[in-house]
Design a protein around this ligand. Structure first.
Ligand code: FAQ
Length: 321
């Protein structure tokens, strides 16, 4: 790699200009983006499974429509992100193979079950809430296609978060059973939501490099802290209790502006889940494998259709379809 090219690349990043796919970039920048964007895409599509599980059982037609639209949005996010990753020179089928063989990760959070309707509220409120906290800064990522994809994704995730909060609000101000259901969903999802931000800064392998290249704008711990600070008042509005006895206001945090201290995350659990041994890992991968196998005829049909299009541009008008 010539020094001059590297210099120009770094200057562009320093000037807050976007790097586009056809421009020079260091191999490691490309590799780290492929890793992060493809894992992000996998998270969106695997993330459809825990909520998809409730579409047929949503309590009202209004809730069913909202959930259906949300799950469909997540599929769309996966597609934008796979397309952004493809501009870096990896194919969709390579990415898919990496997911199915366990070479690529997807977010730990989607390896937890959704036993009650309140889990759907908790996912919208907390999981989409954590996703937004992490993803708004990605709209300023130095790589153009990723940054642009994130703008639309964040708008939709914000809507999902409001929807989740509203489900939690309805339950929490409903009957005692509904309120208990909302509290136990918060108990189940709180700590896994904090794990979504990744290992603590001292253990994060990629953060320094990614922050230097303006792929990530904040470290994992910075975003996690911001998330806790944003969620505590929301939990109070819901009259729910965050399951952390060590949660307390500390005026010294954030350079004297204040912020919450919180308890220690169970990093052993985090490691187990990202290494394939969470409560639902096997089921999630099995579902993706069977979707891939059962979708073989669709891939064959689209490939055959595309091949016809190249040999005869008038095939449609001749009624071949
Ligand atoms: N789960 O060195 P770092 C959503 C891995 S989308 C699994 O700190 P990095 C929408 C990490 O990949 C949620 N693996 O890594 C939705 C790396 O492994 P590797 C997904 C994790 O990349 C809502 C290793 O640990 N969002 O929720 C996790 O600098 C509702 C070392 O970690 C994104 O992907 C984890 N939680 O920081 C959908 C956002 N954390 O690759 C449906 C974009 C870390 O070396 C319903 N991604 N690892 O083998 C990011 O911002 C970053 O990739 C982080 C990790 C922050 C996730």
């Amino acid at each position: 790699m010539s020094e001059k090219k590297l210099d120009l690349f770094e200057q562009k990043i320093a000037r807050e200009e976007k790097i586009e796919p056809n421009e020079f970039m260091p191999d490691d920048y490309r590799r780290t983006l492929i890793r992060q964007i493809s894992q992000h895409a996998h998270s969106e599509v695997v993330g459809m499974l825990p909520e998809g599980n409730w579409i047929t059982r949503a309590p009202t037609l209004k809730r069913k429509l909202g959930l259906l639209a949300k799950v469909q949005d997540e599929g769309g996010h996966g597609l934008y992100l796979y397309c952004a990753a493809e501009t870096l020179g990896i194919t969709r089928s390579e990415m898919n193979q990496q997911l199915l063989t366990g070479k690529a990760k997807y977010s730990s959070i989607f390896n937890y079950p959704t036993p009650t309707w309140a889990d759907i509220g908790a996912i919208g409120w907390l999981v989409d809430g954590a996703a937004i906290m992490n993803q708004i800064p990605l709209c300023r990522c130095s790589f153009g296609p990723y940054a642009r994809a994130m703008v639309r994704i964040c708008k939709e995730e914000s809507f999902h978060q409001r929807q989740g909060f509203e489900i939690m609000m309805t339950l929490s101000f409903g009957t005692k059973d509904q309120r208990d259901m909302a509290q136990s969903a918060l108990d189940r999802w709180w700590w896994p939501a904090l794990m979504m931000f990744g290992p603590s800064d001292k253990d994060s392998l990629n953060t320094n490099k990614s922050v230097k290249w303006k792929i990530k704008r904040f470290t994992n711990d910075q975003l996690r802290n911001k998330f806790v600070d944003a969620m505590v008042p929301q939990a109070k509005k819901l009259r729910l209790t965050i399951p952390d006895k060590k949660l307390s206001w500390n005026q010294n945090n954030n350079n004297g502006k204040g912020g919450y201290d919180f308890g220690e995350i169970d990093w052993d659990e985090f490691k187990r889940v990202i290494n394939g041994d969470g409560p639902m890992n096997r089921e999630r991968i099995a579902a993706k494998k069977s979707a891939w196998e059962e979708g073989a005829w669709v891939r064959r049909a689209t490939a055959a259709y595309a091949a016809r299009g190249t040999t005869s541009s008038t095939s449609t008008s001749k009624g071949v379809l």
